[in-house]
Design a protein around this ligand. Structure first.
Ligand code: NCD
Length: 354
């Protein structure tokens, strides 16, 4: 079982990523390494994402306990581009239905020589729970857990911003919509602040905002026009109706009237502002078709970059594992030579041979 605990729950003893569960607690160099590695997978001329043999012989299992289109498919494509063996399980239709416990399912799947699990689950903390119960050589990637985190989505968003703006540093970013229930927004805010965005604004009605914004280092706006004024990046997010326990907005029509991103409103942001959305988009609820399909929208680019970014995370984790193995081998070798240099040991050998 993994012995990673505390704040370094996802880092190995060399401070490198062993799992990828959350953006929280990571250093800038961890994020930059992911962005730079993702860049290396994209052919600069054709913009095609390369096929590389980095994970040949490795088995990756995608466990989706919650529905997903983009995340699941781009993970699968990324795994195949890295030449891994890929298995995807729709867990809703498998053993869980027959009463098998989650951990028994996990251990059975691990026994099939799995090197890495990609997990999406409706329960916050699910990926971390799995990471604490897998064998030490097995890695867990969080593909979205409840309202908690969606770290690869945040990284593909950072990648898309960097592609268009050169860097995250000094940018003004507005995130609009259901901030309260969104795991994507939580991870985005952490990534933006680690990468030193100048200003992070969240925009929406009181009922959809976090209770302690100061702790998150963000500025809250309830007025859409004010909130997106002069920003470099607008990130729209969906109303997470499945996570609302009561009606938190009067109606979708009303929401669009107050917070929907229209062409007129977009004109308040910087002229070269980009419009992003993790998907799925709801046209006429949080975004108009004219904006979603318009020249400032980079929504579909986000999906494409998701492949390169997920390849980056997986290849970094496997390369870290190889480095750790090497480190342990060197430590053992150093220990062995120490023992040889030890005069007591030499004396003992001489005596034993005399
Ligand atoms: C998001 C998710 O599932 O967290 N989508 C995604 O992964 N691209 C956002 C959402 O469901 O609104």
């Amino acid at each position: 079982m993994s012995n990673l605990t505390g704040p370094n729950i996802q880092l190995n003893e060399l401070g490198q990523l062993h799992h990828f569960l959350t953006i929280e607690g990571l250093k800038q160099h961890h994020l930059v390494e992911i962005l730079d590695t993702a860049e290396s997978f994209i052919n600069p001329k054709t913009r095609e994402i390369k096929q590389v043999p980095i994970l040949r012989g490795k088995t990756i299992m995608n466990l989706f306990f919650e529905p997903s289109t983009r995340t699941r498919t781009t993970f699968e494509i990324a795994e195949k581009r890295l030449s891994a063996q890929v298995e995807s399980l729709d867990i809703q239709t498998s053993a869980a239905k027959k009463g098998e416990s989650l951990l028994d399912t996990l251990w059975n799947l691990q026994a099939m020589q799995t090197d890495m699990f990609v997990i999406r689950h409706a329960q916050s903390g699910a990926a971390q729970f799995f990471s604490q119960h897998v064998a030490p050589h097995v890695h867990v990637l969080n593909a979205g857990d409840g309202q908690h985190a969606h770290p690869t989505q945040a990284m593909l968003d950072m990648f898309t911003i960097r592609k268009h703006k050169g860097s995250i540093y000094d940018l003004k970013v507005a995130i609009v919509g259901d901030v309260l229930h969104s795991r994507v927004v939580r991870s985005q805010i952490q990534a933006l602040s680690i990468l030193e965005a100048r200003e992070i604004r969240v925009v929406g009605p009181k009922t959809l905002m976090p209770e302690s914004p100061d702790a998150m280092g963000i500025h809250i706006y309830h007025d859409m026009e004010e909130g997106i004024k002069d920003v470099d990046v607008i990130i729209m997010v969906r109303l997470q109706n499945e996570r609302m326990t009561s009606a938190l907005i009067p109606s979708e029509k009303e929401f669009f009237k107050l917070y929907g991103l229209t062409k007129e409103r977009l004109a308040l942001a910087k002229p070269d502002a980009i419009v992003m959305h993790p998907g799925p988009i709801n046209r006429g609820v949080e975004i108009s078709s004219a904006v979603a399909d318009g020249p400032q929208s980079v929504i579909l680019e986000q999906v494409t970059y998701g492949i390169a970014v997920r390849m980056a995370v997986m290849s970094i984790i496997m390369s870290n594992a190889a480095q750790l193995k090497q480190h342990h081998a060197e430590q053992e070798a150093a220990q062995a030579s120490l023992n040889l240099d030890d005069p007591l040991t030499l004396d003992a050998i001489v005596e034993a041979n005399s």
